[in-house]
Design a protein. Structure first.
Length: 248
């Protein structure tokens, strides 16, 4: 790192759990963020500010007026622009040292290749079908998956390492048969709740990269913003799981 980088990250480097070695690890890391919406917006901004060296951001959508209430990486002047282009501009404005790769089409054909490039994957999507596909590839590639969800006043967060013998994957928590999509389009969302969950997602990504503290592996954090309650429940590996037990 050069002198400007040392100054930029000086408040993190002061932390003994991070120091220069940890900051260099962040600089050398590549993260794949899927979804530049309510979760991906704060995640991307904080990860760039924290010094992640390479962010791969994926989103197929364009910025709409109704996004601006919670997707803080996009501004009013960005309406009509591709979300990945809008997000890239803000990421580089915060930290021009961060390399940003944009993906407009992430599908079954190229998902495996992009996950293979990442040290950690952050899932900020809003439908089960996509989440299941991301989880499956992360298990195959042995890549940590940080999954968050937010709706109304509620949030969920977990870190999945289903490729490990004793740890569950996302599909151990939610079966394909029992899942049903709820999203903010039909149910609503309070904007700071998305900001809180996206920030926690970024925090977990850094903790996974640096092996710091509790990483919510095998645990699901449930947050209710109305009464500001936080609780964690244990997630067991499903021995009948067709993804992480009987092969993806």
């Amino acid at each position: 790192m050069n002198d400007q980088e040392l100054l930029r990250y000086s408040r993190q480097i002061l932390l003994p759990q991070i120091s220069i070695e940890g900051q260099q690890t962040l600089k050398d890391a590549t993260l794949l963020l899927i979804g530049m919406g309510g979760l991906g917006s704060p995640s991307a901004l904080y990860l760039a500010a924290a010094g992640i060296g390479h962010l791969i951001i994926a989103d197929f959508d364009k910025v709409e007026l109704s996004n601006l209430q919670r997707q803080i990486i996009h501004f009013t002047d960005d309406i009509g622009r591709k979300k990945v282009d809008s997000a890239k501009d803000k990421i580089l404005a915060i930290n021009p040292n961060t390399k940003v790769t944009t993906i407009e089409k992430l599908n079954q054909d190229n998902l495996n290749g992009w996950v293979a490039k990442a040290d950690v994957v952050l899932d900020g999507t809003d439908n089960f079908n996509t989440r299941f596909k991301i989880n499956k590839v992360c298990v195959v590639q042995k890549t940590p998956l940080i999954s968050a969800a937010v709706i109304r006043f509620e949030g969920q967060l977990s870190v999945f390492k289903g490729y490990e013998a004793t740890q569950p994957c996302y599909q151990c928590l939610y079966s394909v048969a029992g899942s049903s999509d709820e999203n903010c389009t039909s149910n609503g969302i309070l904007s700071p709740v998305a900001g809180m969950m996206g920030s926690l997602q970024a925090l977990q990504a850094i903790k996974v990269l640096l092996n710091l503290g509790e990483q919510l592996v095998g645990k699901l954090m449930l947050i209710d913003a109305l009464d500001l309650s936080f609780r964690k429940i244990k997630i067991n590996k499903d021995e009948s799981c067709k993804i992480c037990v009987h092969g993806a």
